[in-house]
Design a protein around this ligand. Structure first.
Ligand code: ADP
Ligand code: MG
Length: 349
C-alpha cells in the first residue's frame, strides 16, 4: 500500500475556485494528509492520457474522479478509458467509470423498476422506431415525463400532457395528430405540439453516444418538492428539499427555474434515509455490481401507496461530479478522507 491518492479534475469551468480547483478538492487533500496519507490533484487532458497513465499506475493506490464529463472538451471517452485501465491495473476507482455510467444514467431508473423505488411502468427508448411505436401507447395511461440522458439542468426533461378534445382509453395507440402540452423542466416553459411533431423533435435525444429517452409516470406530488440525499459512501450527510416555483405548470426542482432549496439534517427525513440505506445492496447489484460512489446524491419524489401512505419514488442519481462546497465548515472532507482510507485499506486487509 502506497497510501497515495490521485484526484482528477478538469481545467477551467464555472465550478472552479481561486486556486483553479473545485472549492472542496483541496480540503479533501488536506484531510487525507492529516491522516498520514498523500494526495495529488491532476488535470486530465486527452493528449496527456498516456503520460497520466504511466505516472499514476505505480504511484497511487486509488483515484477519485471529480470531473463532470460535460466539462471535457472532447467528451469522456479517453478519460473513461484511462480510468478503466487504471482500475484494471489494480487502482481502486472512486468511482469506476462504468459505475459512473450505470448509476448516473437516466436508465438506472429502468434497471430499478422491479424494486419499490421506481414505478414499474418506467421504460427507456434507445432507438427511434421503438420510441415512436411505444410512446403513443404509454401516453394513453396518463401524464408522462420524458427524460433525456445528457445534462443535469432540466434541459430535455419534458412533462407531457394530452391537450386534445378527444379522450382516450388506457392501452389505445394515440393518433399522431393528438395535441400535446409539453413543459420543459429547465425553465417550466410550455409548448404545444402534435404527438408526431414532438416525437420527431425528440429524436435528437436518442441519437449519439449514450443517447436515450426514459419514459416515466408524472408524479403530481413533485409540487411538494424533490428530496435529495447527499451521501459519502453509505453515510448520509444532508438532505436538500427543493420546492418548485409556485403555480402554473411549474414542476422543476432546478434552482434556475425558481425552485427554493432548504438544507435539512438526514434525521428529519429518517424514513426515506433508512429506506434508501436498506436498498443500497440491491441498487448496486442492479446497477452492475460496482461499489457505491464516493460522493453522490439520490433524488426522490413523494407518492402515495395503496393505503394512502407516503411513498418515495427515485427520480435520478448523480455521481460524477457531486460537491459539498455549501457545507465545507461541517467537516465533510474528513468523512470523505475516512471513506477513501477505508476502501483502500480493505483491499490490503
Ligand atoms: N416523474 C417525474 N414526475 C414529476 N416531476 C419530475 C419527474 N421526473 C423529473 N421531474 C422534475 O424534473 C426535474 C428534472 O428532472 P431530472 O430527472 O432531475 O433531470 P436533470 O438531470 O435534468 O436534473 C426534476 O428536478 C423534477 O422537478
Ligand atoms: Mg435532477
Amino acid at each position: 500500500m502506497k497510501k497515495r491518492i490521485v484526484i482528477f479534475e478538469a481545467e477551467g469551468g464555472s465550478d472552479k475556485w481561486l486556486d483553479g480547483h473545485r472549492k472542496d478538492t483541496m480540503p479533501i487533500v488536506k484531510s487525507l494528509k492529516s491522516k498520514g496519507w498523500d494526495a495529488e490533484v491532476l488535470f486530465f487532458r486527452d493528449e496527456w492520457h498516456e503520460t497520466i497513465y504511466g505516472y499514476v499506475k505505480d504511484s497511487f493506490d486509488a483515484y477519485i474522479s471529480r470531473i463532470n464529463p460535460g466539462n471535457l472538451p472532447n467528451g469522456e471517452k479517453i478519460y473513461f478509458d484511462t480510468l478503466r485501465k487504471l482500475s484494471d491495473y489494480g487502482l481502486t476507482g472512486m468511482p469506476h467509470p462504468d459505475a459512473m455510467l450505470n448509476f448516473g444514467a437516466k436508465d438506472a431508473l429502468v434497471k430499478l423498476a422491479s424494486t419499490d423505488l421506481v414505478p414499474d411502468d418506467t421504460h427507456a427508448y434507445y432507438d427511434i422506431p421503438h420510441f415512436k411505436k411505444t410512446f403513443p401507447i404509454s401516453l394513453s395511461y396518463g401524464e408522462r415525463v420524458l427524460k433525456q440522458n445528457r445534462g443535469s439542468t432540466g434541459e430535455g426533461i419534458w412533462r407531457i400532457q394530452i391537450a386534445d378534445e378527444h379522450t382516450f382509453q388506457p392501452g389505445d395507440t394515440l393518433p399522431l395528430n393528438t395535441k400535446l402540452k409539453c413543459t420543459e423542466a429547465v425553465d417550466n416553459h410550455v409548448e404545444y405540439h402534435t404527438l408526431e411533431a414532438f416525437m420527431t423533435f425528440c429524436e435528437k435525444y436518442i441519437v449519439g453516444d449514450n443517447g436515450m429517452l426514459v419514459d416515466m409516470r408524472f408524479m403530481p406530488r413533485i409540487k411538494e418538492g424533490e428530496i435529495r440525499i447527499l451521501l459519502v459512501g453509505d453515510i448520509p450527510i444532508f438532505v436538500v428539499h427543493k420546492k418548485p416555483a409556485e403555480g402554473g405548470d411549474a414542476f422543476s426542482a432546478t434552482l434556475f427555474s425558481g425552485a427554493k432549496y432548504t438544507y435539512d439534517d438526514p434525521e428529519k427525513w429518517s424514513d426515506l434515509v433508512s429506506l434508501f440505506l436498506k436498498s443500497l445492496p440491491v441498487i448496486s447489484e442492479k446497477l452492475g455490481g460496482f461499489d457505491i460512489p464516493l460522493i453522490w446524491t439520490a433524488d426522490f419524489m413523494l407518492d402515495w401507496d395503496e393505503n394512502k401512505q407516503d411513498k418515495y419514488v427515485l427520480g435520478e442519481i448523480n455521481c460524477s461530479c457531486v460537491g459539498f462546497t455549501s457545507h465545507l465548515d461541517q467537516g465533510i472532507q474528513e468523512k470523505v478522507a475516512d471513506e477513501v482510507v477505508k476502501r483502500v485499506e480493505s483491499r490490503f486487509a
